[in-house]
Write a protein that binds this ligand. Structure first.
Ligand SMILES: C[S@@+](CC[C@H](N)C(=O)[O-])C[C@H]1O[C@@H](n2cnc3c(N)ncnc32)[C@H](O)[C@@H]1O
Ligand code: SF4
Ligand code: SF4
Length: 349
């Protein structure tokens, strides 16, 4: 089984435009394969702070929080040894608010290019110097949130000047040629008509693009969930056009099956079959394990298997189709094929 999976992964690497060195890609796939078989998480999201520089309309974070109990940078190594994920997301709250963010990135590296490390941020505090420092520390992919292709982004995020900052910085850093910046656009009722305008912006700035889907579970607010026949027609029209804009550079990072599942999620307002806690999990700022960022049962690192038994095995929650889920709601061969394409085809060295 393992060798067949490796072979498929290798073939997928050959089929795609590969931007992560082959040896690193194979190491990542190897670790993913072992984790799949051992029922360890493939992706771990470290929410390194609950505080944020924005007050987004669709999110439950926002503004300052008590940070006194945050894990310290050196403590992340213990989580990496126990969980051994092949992909790590460093997120929040706003992760760049941590003055020791570079040190955190260093502490989640295991050597040899693993894990594949994604920094998920609003970039309000990003500078050229910090970008280069974080790359050197081990960030493979910079996921930058963008909800609108203009100053409406500032209104949605309640952060004046944010769009102008991104517009100044992103094309400049993209021109360095590292091909590791991915705009991350969460589709909501407010921006469903802007899906291609956001893609235009990604093209103009010379970066990649990944779509995600709004969930009402985070805030309890259904106002941002597109669901009327008109909105669903707009969604389908916009995503049809996106499908036609793919090319060999993989700048649309979502696999076609992921965008198809995103359409189904909005049509049905549900997405069953979630593997939270088992295939992916969240480590909160103070070091607890949670199945996902919207399920708040907390477990100690030592109690991961209990979390799987108590939560994951019987989980019937179907209330989101956020990125971390969409990477992993697949059969194993499909997962290998598509995640090689989605993750590993993003970075050039
Ligand atoms: C929680 S934020 C944390 C990282 C960083 N502050 C940022 O905004 O990129 C990570 C991603 O979650 C998305 N998000 C926030 N609220 C959401 C919701 N209710 N449903 C789906 N995605 C959401 C954001 O748009 C962002 O792209
Ligand atoms: S989406 Fe990100 S930037 Fe916006 S409030 Fe939530 S954590 Fe902060
Ligand atoms: S569907 Fe899964 S990832 Fe989404 S909120 Fe429910 S348990 Fe969490």
């Amino acid at each position: 089984m393992e060798s067949r999976a490796w072979w498929r992964g290798r073939r997928a690497l050959d089929e795609t435009m590969r931007k992560v060195p082959l040896t690193e890609s194979l190491r990542i796939i190897g670790r993913g394969t072992r984790n799949w078989l051992a029922e360890r998480p493939l992706v771990v999201s470290f929410e390194v702070t609950d505080a944020c520089t924005c007050y987004c309309k669709h999110c439950d974070h926002g503004g300052p929080r008590d940070e006194s109990r945050n894990l310290r940078a050196h403590e992340y190594g213990r989580y990496m040894e126990a969980l051994r994920p092949c992909v790590v997301q460093i997120s929040g709250g706003e992760p760049l608010m941590r003055p020791d963010i570079t040190e955190i990135v260093r502490n989640v590296q295991c050597g040899g290019g693993i894990p594949y490390t994604i920094l998920v941020s609003n970039w309000s505090l990003m500078t050229e110097r910090l970008y280069l420092e974080l790359r050197a520390a081990g960030v493979d992919q910079f996921s930058v949130s963008l909800d609108f292709p203009d100053e409406r982004h500032d209104q949605f995020r309640v952060h004046p000047g944010l769009y102008a900052h991104l517009e100044g910085l992103i094309p400049k850093l993209a021109a360095l040629g590292h091909d590791d910046i991915v705009l991350n656009s969460c589709i909501t009722r407010e921006n469903v008509g802007e899906i291609n305008a956001i893609a235009d912006k990604a093209r103009a700035w010379g970066v990649n693009l990944c779509y995600s889907a709004y969930s009402a579970r985070r805030t309890g607010c259904r106002d941002y969930l597109p669901g009327t026949p008109d909105e669903l027609a707009t969604l389908n029209r916009e995503l049809d056009r996106v499908e036609g804009r793919r090319d060999a550079t993989n700048w649309i990072v979502n696999a076609p099956s992921t965008l198809a599942a995103t359409r189904r999620y909005f049509e049905r307002a549900s997405a069953p079959g979630c593997t939270a806690g088992l295939r992916f999990l969240v480590v909160t700022a103070d070091g607890a394990l949670q199945p996902c960022s919207m399920q708040f049962g907390k477990y100690r690192l030592e109690d991961r298997e209990r979390m799987v038994e108590e939560f994951s095995r019987g989980n019937s929650c179907d209330e989101c189709y956020v990125s971390i889920r969409s990477y992993l709601d697949k059969t194993f061969p499909q997962l290998l094929r598509e995640n090689v394409r989605e993750f590993l085809a993003v970075k050039a060295r």
